[in-house]
Design a protein around this ligand. Sequence first.
Ligand code: NDP
Length: 448
Amino acid sequence: MFKSEYLNRVYEGLAARNAHEPEFLQAVREVFESLEPVIAARPEIEKNGILERIVEPERIVSFRVSWVDDAGKVQVNRAWRIQFNSAIGPYKGGLRLHPSVNQSIIKFLGFEQIFKNSLTGLPMGGGKGGSDFDPKGKSDNEIMRFCQSFMTELARHIGPDTDVPAGDIGTGAREIGYLFGQYKRLRNEFTGVLTGKGLSYGGSLARTEATGYGVCYYMQEMLHDMDTSFAGKQVVISGSGNVAIYACQKATQLGGKVIAMSDSNGYIVDENGIDYQVIKEIKEVKRARIKTYLDYVPSAKYVEGCRGIWSTPCDIALPCATQNELNGEEAKTLIANGVKAVAEGANMPSTPEAVAAFQSAGVMFGPAKAANAGGVATSGLEMSQNSQRLSWSFDEVDEKLHGIMVNIYKSCKEAAARYNMEGNLVAGANIAGFEKVCEAMIWQGVAY
Ligand code: NDP
């Protein structure tokens, strides 16, 4: 499958040991494909067993979360924290709360996080966690009891210099607040153990906006290299959660017109440009479905079923919902309708067939681990502010975020060019992220 015997050997061993973890294997395979020329040029990688080590999490904590619902009934969920790689800093990565969560999904996310965090240039290792708990339809009290029970176990494994979790799907400001409160009660410590905190207790300005803004800053660099910009472009954004809302705001500020957005039930099309404030009200305040957009903007259209969003003609597509939400056929539809650039706001939203279709059609493609790194980068800035016991202004954080996204784009572009893969940002992101972690692992030796 790979040209390198070393890559084949490590991948086949991993696939045999983890045959029941398809998302994790998909993520590893994509990184390995990019590493072919690096493995050929740098024998020290095999000599130090880097690939064997990097695909194996340093630690997997799997635990039970039991809690009592409003009817007084005991509920049980399964949860994980996967501490994947600490070569360049404390483990860092979000907590996902969604019924689809399983060990494979958390491993894929944790593996991706290693390289993403490395790309930010900040000292953060890779980790991820979550639970198959479904926050939808739960009362605030049920969410609070779940989060407290979850943290009762998690607190033993994390700490501001060990592992610093954050939000992800289903874990927003409300959940982070309950988690932080419980950590503080258990440890009697007020530290920056979580990021994505509220502003009144150590959160960073611009963290909420950071992933969505960062995707647009990355896209801006891609467009710049195509001698164009957001101005006058039609933009389609899937999802309507944290990443999608602020991608919508920034794309609009930069001159684009966002014409479609979705949730897991369906999508809306507003040819006049979606008002992000309406989506924010629907999703963050009312926690309602996206079709209620029509109550605010009756001229918009709602279509049942989320996947149809990719049939909306556009210049720029930003998948910001979830993994494998855009397949090869949907990519071909986007291409036939004239899409020019795609950047991933969600983690691994495009299937390998979709990525291949974009690349062979000459559509500029920005992969998740680079394009959506703005969230974790700003979490890194939140950690710095917590350590200094200072808080920076919105503009200061936004300016740093912008600078980080420009640098990530440059690193991806330069790494691809160094290995004769000009313009291939997937390879560039994987290589640039990998090389730093690899070097740190070599310096730190192997424990005998
Ligand atoms: P949220 O929970 O805030 O929002 C997720 C959105 O995606 C919701 O609108 C949800 O709709 C929608 N969605 C979920 N599943 C599907 C599906 N199968 N098809 C269409 N829409 C779907 O999560 P985030 O915005 O935080 O995260 C989105 C993605 O971005 C994830 O892949 C996450 O890992 C990634 N990411 C997030 C970062 C962050 O800072 N938040 C940082 C980096 C990456 P519904 O309400 O119907 O479920």
